[in-house]
Design a protein around this ligand. Structure first.
Ligand code: GRG
Length: 323
């Protein structure tokens, strides 16, 4: 395995070691929360995901904090990182809650109808459909509670606005609706016809369905540590390119990856005749496009120094991964 791959996988391990206990803690609710609901929330939120969105929050905080990087050795560097990660932790937890809710709802029979997620039975399989719907609802509300209660007061309102926009009708939910519409032929009259309109159509869906939450993760990381508007703009540019690169890589893995490595069913897109980057562009051009986008993401961070190294490595890894 290449050194950069080993290093980003180690960095993601560090993120998981930091965030997983906080995710577990976030579900220490009072006895007013119904036990079955809470069990479903634990099943879905604590299942072993990659934790990419929390990583983006934490690494954006590290990259964009006005507090200068400490050059006084590894201990000082670790202390800086610890301070910044703690400041950004509520945002990292909140974003993962929105992501987990969206996966629970996406897996429902009315949507993607999946049995396997993160290597475990999907929420409605492990519990039942009604509990899975309620679990998603409760995770979504808890995300905003976590953000409002945990983010620095001066930034909390803007943080809630950023997350609400990313999760709403103009982003996550709107993108998901259009994705279903395309798959189910609800939009026959407007269906794209040429390669260019197919690509524009897919990019518009994925910018909202997948990209918006990545984008929000980066912005929330910056906001949590008082980043400048210039750094927030750079993080946003990184997020736009990263989100699309992630999606193209995800489409490629759906066609070439294994169920064991991915922890979910693969090959579903082709089975449904769904529009994906590989079906429109072919594998080779899709891979090329993903690499170009990853390079654009890296370029967006020019001038941000060594503290943005994890974000740079992640953009390269996201298009080279096998899971
Ligand atoms: C139901 C409102 C609503 C939205 C659903 C997230 C989503 C929108 C659909 C999931 C289906 C899917 C495969 C989307 C493509 C990209 C994606 C979000 C993959 C899963 O994200 P990872 O790979 O997952 O980061 P883990 O499990 O590692 O967190």
């Amino acid at each position: 395995m290449a050194a950069a791959t080993i290093s980003i996988e180690r960095s993601l391990d560090q993120v998981r070691a930091f965030i997983d206990p906080l995710l577990a803690e976030s579900l220490h609710l009072s006895s007013e929360a119904a036990p079955r609901l809470l069990a479903a929330m634990r099943h879905s939120l604590l299942a072993p995901g990659k934790r990419l969105r929390p990583a983006l929050v934490l690494w954006a905080a590290e990259a964009a904090a006005p507090e200068a990087a400490d050059n006084h050795g590894p201990a000082a560097e670790a202390a800086r990182r610890d301070r910044l990660w703690r400041a950004a932790a509520p945002a990292a937890v909140a974003v993962e809650m929105i992501h987990a809710y969206s996966l629970v709802h996406d897996d429902l029979p009315a949507m993607d109808d999946d049995d396997l997620r993160r290597g475990l039975p999907t929420c409605h399989r492990a519990f039942d459909e009604a509990t899975a719907i309620l679990c998603g609802d409760a995770l979504q509300a808890l995300a905003f509670e976590t953000l409002a209660a945990g983010m620095p007061t001066a930034a909390a309102a803007r943080g809630c606005l950023v997350l609400a926009r990313a999760a709403g009708a103009e982003a996550l939910v709107g993108g998901q609706t259009d994705d279903l519409a395309a798959e189910r032929g609800w939009l026959e009259a407007q269906a794209p016809q040429t390669e260019a309109t197919h690509i524009a159509w897919m990019e518009r869906i994925h910018r909202r369905k997948t990209g918006a939450l990545f984008h929000a993760a980066l912005e929330l990381g910056g906001l949590s540590v008082g980043a400048s508007e210039d750094h927030l703009r750079r993080l946003a540019a990184y997020g736009g390119a990263f989100g699309l690169a992630f999606q193209i890589a995800d489409d490629i893995l759906d066609a070439t990856g294994t169920e064991i490595a991915m922890g979910k069913k693969v090959g579903k897109d082709a089975g449904r005749g769904k529009l994906t980057f590989p079906t429109v562009l072919g594998m080779e051009r899709s891979g090329h496009r993903a690499s170009v986008l990853a390079a654009e993401a890296v370029a967006a961070l020019a001038g941000m120094g060594d503290t943005a190294e994890s974000l740079r490595h992640l953009a390269c890894w996201i298009v080279a991964r096998d899971h």
